[in-house]
Write a protein that binds this ligand. Sequence first.
Ligand SMILES: Cc1cc2nc3c(=O)[nH]c(=O)nc-3n(C[C@H](O)[C@H](O)[C@H](O)COP(=O)(O)OP(=O)(O)OC[C@H]3O[C@@H](n4cnc5c(N)ncnc54)[C@H](O)[C@@H]3O)c2cc1C
Length: 404
Amino acid sequence: MPIQFDVDPTVAQLAASTSAFVREVVIPAERACGGSVHDAPEALREILQRGAREAGVFAPHVPTRWGGHGLDLRGQAVVFEAAGYSLLGPLALNCAAPDEGNMHLLEKAATEDQKEHYLRPLAAGEVRSCFAMTEPAPGAGADPRSLRTTATRIPGGWRIDGRKWFISGAQGAGFAIVMARTSGNPGDPGGATMFLVDAGTPGMSIARDIETLDEGLFAGHSEIVFEECVVGDDQVLGAVGHGFAGAQVRLGPARMTHCMRWLGAARRAQDVALERAGSRMAFGSVLGDLGMVQQMLADSEIDIEASRALILRTAWELDTGSAAAQLTSVSKTFVAEAVNRVVDRAVQICGALGISAADAPLARLLREVRPFRIYDGPSETHRFAIARRAVRPYRQPSSGAAGS
Ligand SMILES: Cc1cc2nc3c(=O)[nH]c(=O)nc-3n(C[C@H](O)[C@H](O)[C@H](O)COP(=O)(O)OP(=O)(O)OC[C@H]3O[C@@H](n4cnc5c(N)ncnc54)[C@H](O)[C@@H]3O)c2cc1C
């Protein structure tokens, strides 16, 4: 099948409207949260989302049935990059992590009743959500099989016990999607199940909000404790024992949508660097005429274009039904590292201005993009998986079995 990269005119129009909305409404609002989106008030989210609705750019990824524009991943690539130009852009469009990934998962895995109860208000921006997978050591991290949180069968439901941390958006979320072990032991490859747990359910509590390097995600990251937290059978998301496979439904596309949004941030950093390179005089010329600055600018253009091409290629694979496991790993690793390089070069080109958190957005972007090399799979974990898949066809039968 030929790869189709053309952008539909309605998608191009939506991307243009999103760019205009971000520049005219969202960027001016950035100062309102003083640099920390973690602590931004709920009112700011409501104002920005109302603005996005009025501009006709709200919920680009949400199926039309739930009130969105229903874009496929190739369409999302263009619009999410435009939204990502500001850290607040995805929040305004209701396509920020973790809600956007959770919407996708609910659309694919939830029952009709669960969709009405959880997906409809989430898609409308009436509630927020979180996805609770990672645990403090020795629990689940880069290797999800280490999962230790348990869900034990009780009459009519399940009792969840365990501890999760780095759960983005947990503070104030209306519900959590929680991964827990329903069979087997830590280290086993299966035996996990996803649960929908409403805020306020007895036994689920936030132990603390974690202070982190990044501050660009609404409500930050929290540690959550589950102690005899009881949920009903109707709160199982997907099939019992198929939680890891269910999570893959979320993770593949969610990795790509993270890439799309962060590419927008990289583009902004490069634009700031270009503006500076075209005006700042040093040693008798503008910075943009100095060879080593030119190299940085050129390398960043290359990183941005290569990232965009990889994102579109992977989005096409996912849109046309492939799981694209190898390509999502390749794209996630490349884009996370490319985005870090672009922002870092922009800081360098801008000199002290690049370090100012108040006079240019670069210092903020620098601390925001760093964690992307860790979450949604650290670069090393993806390289480990990429190499194993690449070697697999060449592995001699006598060389012993490779893991999946
Ligand atoms: C900002 C942020 C937001 C997050 N949000 C969420 C969230 O909303 N929900 C959630 O469930 N989790 C979330 N996480 C957690 C994230 O998914 C984990 O940090 C990630 O899976 C890595 O797990 P870990 O931190 O336990 O690292 P570990 O598993 O301890 O790994 C540590 C390091 O070991 C190395 N490593 C791992 N595997 C390999 C390998 N195969 N080969 C070589 N080296 C390897 C890598 O360098 C890796 O960084 C978030 C994390 C951050 C930083």
